[in-house]
Design a binder for this molecule. Structure first.
Ligand code: ADP
Ligand code: MG
Length: 238
């Protein structure tokens, strides 16, 4: 995929009659690593789901490069380069690791699977295992790898570290950092593990009750204890 900037303007969305996200604007230039932070229930998942076309949109625009995806169905967004790795991981439990990866290949040759295995060697070792035999960390690797095989220009990761042991978190974050380094792909990372997100990101936005409450760099946020405590509810980052 060519380098593309994601532009989000005045986005308002929700579920049925309920508005959750209100008037959110930001941009994610090609190659950026954007942490999306906020306490539970503030709209982080709704933001990613809205970008992926899975909520009701009330207003605003979503552009990716030259394409206006505001009203596009989910499949069109994926085709244009939005890769969504949902919080639920969505592994097919009765398919093998390799069969799960085939789903992400679409029309690419089977040899492209090696890209996924290079990123997560553990998946190669487990390629004949069924989805339901995987640990949480392996499921996250599989879910991420399957999306990467679609060659997204923007990768949307929703709490990839949730429920995982620290050593697996480090392995995943290292793989995400490699991905970010490797090309023009931008990564939007929603995470509750704030320090991991800040170590990874080059910019940060914070959502508060569905609105954009703060944006800046990880260094600015780390130095701003009031904002950290007010919007993230933690007294200091370490
Ligand atoms: N499917 C849904 N239908 C109705 N309301 C929802 C749905 N999913 C989430 N919400 C509500 O939207 C708000 C934001 O949720 P969410 O985006 O999941 O927050 P976060 O990911 O930041 O924890 C919450 O008040 C939540 O109850
Ligand atoms: Mg969430």
């Amino acid at each position: 995929m060519p380098a593309m900037s994601l532009e989000v303007e005045n986005l308002t969305s929700g579920y049925g009659p309920t508005k959750v996200l209100e008037d959110v604007s930001f941009s994610a230039p090609s190659g950026c690593r954007l942490a999306v932070l906020g306490r539970n229930g503030m709209g982080k998942t709704t933001l990613l789901a809205t970008l992926a076309g899975q909520t009701k949109r009330y207003g605003g625009r979503i552009r990716l490069g030259e394409a206006d995806l505001t009203d596009a169905p989910s499949a069109t967004r994926a085709h244009h380069g939005l890769g969504y790795v949902p919080q639920a991981r969505c592994i097919f439990p009765t398919l093998t690791v390799e069969e799960n990866l085939f789903v992400g290949l679409k029309r690419r040759p089977k040899s492209a699977l090696e890209e996924a295995y290079a990123m997560f060697p553990r998946l190669k070792e487990r390629r004949k295992n069924l989805g339901n035999q995987l640990s949480g960390g392996e499921q996250q690797m599989l879910s991420t790898a399957r999306t990467i095989l679609g060659q997204p220009s923007v990768l949307l990761l929703d709490e990839p570290l949730e429920g995982l042991a620290p050593v697996i978190c480090e392995e995943l974050m290292a793989a995400f950092a490699e991905l970010a380094k490797a090309g023009d792909m931008s990564i939007l990372l929603v995470e509750q593990r704030i320090q991991s997100a800040l170590d990874f990101a080059d910019r940060v936005i914070i959502l508060e009750r569905g609105r954009l409450a703060w944006s800046g760099t990880p260094a600015e946020l780390s130095a701003d204890h009031d904002t950290v405590e007010r919007l993230l509810g933690v007294g200091g980052l370490h």
